[in-house]
Write a protein that binds this ligand. Sequence first.
Ligand code: PBG
Ligand code: ZN
Length: 324
Amino acid sequence: MDRMRRLRMNRTLRDMVRENHVRADDLIYPVFVTEGENICQPVESMPGICQYSLDRLPEELDRTVDAGIRGVLLFGIPDHKDETGSGAYDEEGIIPRAVRLIRERYEDLLVIADVCLCEYTSHGHCGLVKDGIILNDETLPLLAKAAVVYAEAGADIIAPSDMMDKRVAAIRQALDEKGFTDIPILSYAAKFASAYYGPFRDAAHSAPGFGDRKTYQMDPANGREALREVEQDLAEGADMIIAKPALAYMDVLKEIVNHFNVPVAAYNVSGEYAMVKAAAAKGWISEKKVVMENMTGLKRAGARMIITYHALDVAAWLREEEEC
Ligand code: PBG
Ligand code: ZN
């Protein structure tokens, strides 16, 4: 008779038969960069996470690199918003300047530039708006322009998060025309209209001013549709895919991994982070154990990379394990 417990009898044996591991290399750390000076502004709904002005950004990036994290995902907070989100594709905007600074100081840190308009538009939507409608095709050239500006600044990877149709094709074409044929696109392909983005919108000041994002982000009820989103983005030239949020959508992540042979990142989003932090602060759960269980679950579901605000903590815990 099979006795499943035979392989669980001691830690060495358990480690030997373990199917999945979390490594610092798997982790991507999202960072909020803001205009202004001497700013390290804590985000209330995301304990441990701050917005950094450019002069203070290196402090956080030093911690990131020292922890062994090798990729950051940048989000910009401009001081000026307008109808067309011009701060997103201004060469002197917050993100291009942040990217140039990182390029000067950190040779090996992978810089992933999120491409969207919502942090930069006065109405807070991810695309242009006319008469209350979020315009698709009119938005594409602006996204493509932002991608080129970020690539020119030195970004390693372009990550469009807007969910307009055909934006991957528009971005790929624009990058290629400018000679950036080797800059990969990490596409938020399966991005759901989720309440778990709440704390991020506090952090990035990007809540929609009217309505919601349901006309462009996916319906949380639809798993099969996510496969069509991924199929389209890959056909348009995406190199890697993001599934988002992570924990309530692990089935979607797994389906994507099963169907498509490209690296898939799980985005462990702000609300998922906030819930763990809140429960841990109350002493109701063990933060380290719960976070590691979440990370391991995402790896088990097939995530190649994990985008997470817990990245620095996870990297530190992994080092502790190595040492003991
Ligand atoms: C904006 C964007 C969002 C996130 C990443 N890019 C929020 C949104 O769609 O409103 C969410 C990230 C998170 O919650 O951690 N395009
Ligand atoms: Zn957006």
